[in-house]
Design a protein around this ligand. Structure first.
Ligand code: ADP
Length: 488
């Protein structure tokens, strides 16, 4: 089957979060099942730099609003060897060649024309389903997050205009909290039929909603864990879209993300000072000593290290960690964090580290390589999120024998099994807590330290964690079954 993945980022070329990991890993996993997969991406500098053997498919002549400001817009086709996938890339420098990030400038201000920049992405996807490339057209459009939310909308508009089913559409929510909402007057710039405005369309509380449009018009909806699929149908986590999601419950499913074994595997990870696996953990001890040394922590094999690798935002619950730091240290932990995000949080973590450098180490920034060393060298990894669609770092933790301490929410609840006296020898893989508070978190880490003082039990749970499989093959099989239901 010919499948077009429509997304704004792809690992390893451009990544701001888990979305990029999925976009990078899913195409090869689908290809292994015999499908022909291509991706469609905006022509950000990092994407264009990674594109090889590019040919021009055509110039793009989008509706007036979408082409405004873009100057030249053309569609390229080539290979992205770093991501091991064939790709269409929208070369529109007026929209995408900017010095800041993909969605916001260097001051974290969202670009004022994001509706056009990502409208063009969705529009081009739908054009590909209508034969824009005479040599290849998709049977299924698989759109990811709000950036691609208009792909199913433009596709629906084209199908209505032609009275023809052109392709199926699947829309995946990686995080419902980012919805791509814009002032209502921008609707007129999008080149969509007037009847697409309204509650039964792209309007969301008087605004133009990209996420809303995707959720309303796609044939099938998915999100990245079964628990999150259920949670977003309720008011607490539905971000105002829970009513729509409940009406679409029959079309909505949760498919857990996998971990790309070529990138995250302690037995083959060239980024580590020493490799290890479940049968021989001596390399992990070396990783820990090297990490303590690198971070200026007291080098002590008996002192447990707990780490965090995260965006520093409200969602991730790291303000709880800040409150819990004295308690963590009192429990005997060393704490090591890699993260970037909210300025006040960056400053507060820096301050905490400066006050207790032998127990707390903080590295602010985004550093893929250090993330590997940090997770491999730690004993536990903390993910105390307020909400978490899937979460990837707890999965890396499981694979690397770094026991996850997580809140029972979203994909965290689906992937980590709490350690209790009666689960140590059966199913336990980490520590799970319910109460979104520093006290809740500390109660879980206290149980983790207790287990750590019993090395044989710790080793039992760690081995089980490392034997869990979160491959992409399973996810690919589940996406495939949806594609088969909707294909054009
Ligand atoms: P989200 O997509 O909400 O940020 P996920 O857990 O799904 O959360 O994915 C986060 C991804 O980004 C993981 O691959 C994680 O290792 C990576 N990551 C987050 N922060 C950093 C950082 N500061 N440096 C390196 N990698 C990071």
């Amino acid at each position: 089957m010919r499948v077009l993945q429509v997304c704004a980022e792809i690992f390893p070329l451009l990544k701001t979060g888990g979305l990029a990991d999925v976009a990078g890993a899913l195409p090869p996993a689908l290809r292994a099942r015999g499908h022909e997969v291509r991706v469609l991406l905006p022509g950000f500098d990092a994407i264009l730099a990674g594109l090889e053997d590019a040919v021009i498919v055509c110039d793009l002549y989008p509706p007036a609003g979408l082409s405004w400001g873009a100057g030249r817009a053309r569609l390229l086709y080539g290979r992205l060897p770093a991501a091991d996938v064939e790709a269409y890339v929208i070369d529109a420098p007026g929209f995408y060649a900017r010095p800041g990030g993909p969605y916001a400038d260097g001051h974290q201000q969202a670009y004022g024309d994001n509706h056009l920049r990502f409208g063009l992405l969705g529009w081009t996807a739908a054009e590909l389903a209508q034969g824009l490339d005479p040599y290849w057209s998709p049977a299924v459009l698989h759109a990811h997050d709000w950036h691609a939310g208009l792909a199913p909308v433009y596709l629906r508009a084209a199908q209505q205009a032609r009275h023809q089913h052109l392709a199926g559409s699947v829309f995946t929510v990686h995080n419902l909290a980012y919805q791509g909402c814009f002032a209502a007057h921008h609707f007129a710039e999008m080149g969509l039929p007037a009847q697409f405005w309204g509650v039964e369309g792209v309007e969301f509380h008087g605004q133009l909603g990209f996420m809303k449009g995707g959720l309303y018009h796609a044939d099938r909806l998915t999100t990245v864990s079964p628990t999150y699929a259920a949670e977003i149908q309720g008011p607490e986590q539905g971000c105002g879209l829970d009513g729509l999601l409940r009406t679409r419950a029959a079309d909505l499913s949760g498919i857990l993300n996998g971990v790309d074994d070529a990138v995250w595997n302690p037995a083959t990870d060239a980024l580590l000072p020493a490799a290890f696996d479940v049968a021989d953990l001596s390399g992990k001890a070396l990783c820990k000593a090297a990490l303590q040394q690198e971070l200026g922590l007291a080098v002590d094999p008996d002192r447990p290290v707990v780490c965090v690798v995260s965006r520093l935002t409200e969602q991730k619950g790291l303000h709880l960690v800040l409150q819990a730091l004295p308690g963590l240290v009192a429990q005997g932990w060393q704490f090591a964090m890699l993260g970037s995000g909210d300025a006040w949080m960056e400053a507060a973590f820096r301050e905490a580290a400066a006050a207790q450098p032998s127990s707390i180490a903080v590295r602010i920034g985004y550093d893929e390589r250090f993330a590997h060393r940090l997770i491999a060298g730690s004993d536990a990894i903390l993910v105390p999120s307020r909400f978490e669609p899937c979460g990837l770092t707890q999965l890396y933790g499981l694979k690397y024998g770094t026991l996850p301490v997580v809140r029972r929410v979203g994909g965290l609840a689906d992937t980590v099994v709490d350690t209790q006296l009666d689960s140590i020898d059966t199913v336990a893989t980490g520590f799970v807590f319910d109460d979104f508070s520093a006290a809740g978190l500390l109660a879980a880490t206290a149980r983790a330290t207790a287990l750590h003082r019993r090395p044989a039990d710790w080793a039992t749970v760690r081995s089980r964690a490392m034997r869990q499989t979160f491959g992409w093959a399973d996810a690919a099989r589940q996406y495939e079954s949806l594609y088969l239901q909707v294909q054009g």
